[in-house]
Design a protein around this ligand. Structure first.
Ligand code: HEC
Length: 183
């Protein structure tokens, strides 16, 4: 597709093909094929929540959101239905660099998905996790700790907007920011 057509569609807030959640017959969710072309929100180091991770094994993550949802958030400070957020977890290596303390990203450790789909999930949002980033994500039931931590500490609608620097001021300006969740 020509770039100007894509740009016009993005400006119009039209979701492109591949931005809609794709569920399998057995209730999993496919990892969106082109999420690496979506809007980048942040990269964090060791902001993970795995218990028992040895301190020497660092992890970096990259968070992406589908472009239509990003544009809607800029306009409203809220995530529209069918928002898909991706957290791609990668190994953080240091071997072979000139830097003493620096780390760079290598292989994908897992891909986690946070999707808003009000017709499908009673709580509107659901989590899925793909062990290798390629296989469809397994559905995580509402008892999983993903839900409680995101509900208790995510500043905007169970998402961690406090760590997405381009969105913090938008949420504050639009009044969707929950200061009490920042801990
Ligand atoms: C103890 C708190 C905690 C738990 C438990 C947790 N998360 Fe998160 N999650 C975070 C934080 C902090 C971020 C901020 C982004 C980062 O790590 O760079 C985040 C971000 C995310 C994002 C990016 C979109 C968003 O909502 O902001 C996804 C996707 C995600 N987590 C998936 C999961 C899944 C799947 C689980 C359960 C297996 C889970 N999380 C459990 C704290 C948590």
């Amino acid at each position: 597709m020509k770039h100007w057509i894509v740009a016009a569609m993005l400006l119009a807030g039209v979701a492109r093909a591949g931005e809609a959640p794709d569920y399998t017959a057995d209730g999993k969710m496919a990892v969106p094929a082109d999420y690496r072309q979506w809007v980048f929100l942040t990269s964090s180091m060791d902001l993970n929540y795995q218990t028992g991770t040895p301190s020497s094994a660092h992890a970096l993550d990259n968070v992406f959101v589908n472009p239509a949802a990003y544009l809607a958030f800029l306009a409203t400070g809220a995530w529209p239905d069918k928002t898909i957020m991706i957290k791609e977890n990668r190994s953080a290596e240091s071997a072979g660099t000139l830097s003493k303390g620096g780390r760079f990203q290598t292989n994908v450790l897992s891909v986690e998905i946070h999707v808003k789909d009000a017709a499908r999930f009673p709580g509107k949002w659901a989590f899925f996790a793909s062990g290798d980033g390629k296989k469809p994500g397994e559905f995580l039931p509402t008892g999983a700790n993903c839900y409680s931590c995101h509900t208790d500490h995510g500043t905007v609608d169970t998402t961690f907007v406090q760590f997405y620097p381009t969105l913090v001021d938008v949420a504050k300006a639009k009044g969707t920011w929950h200061d009490d969740k920042v801990k």
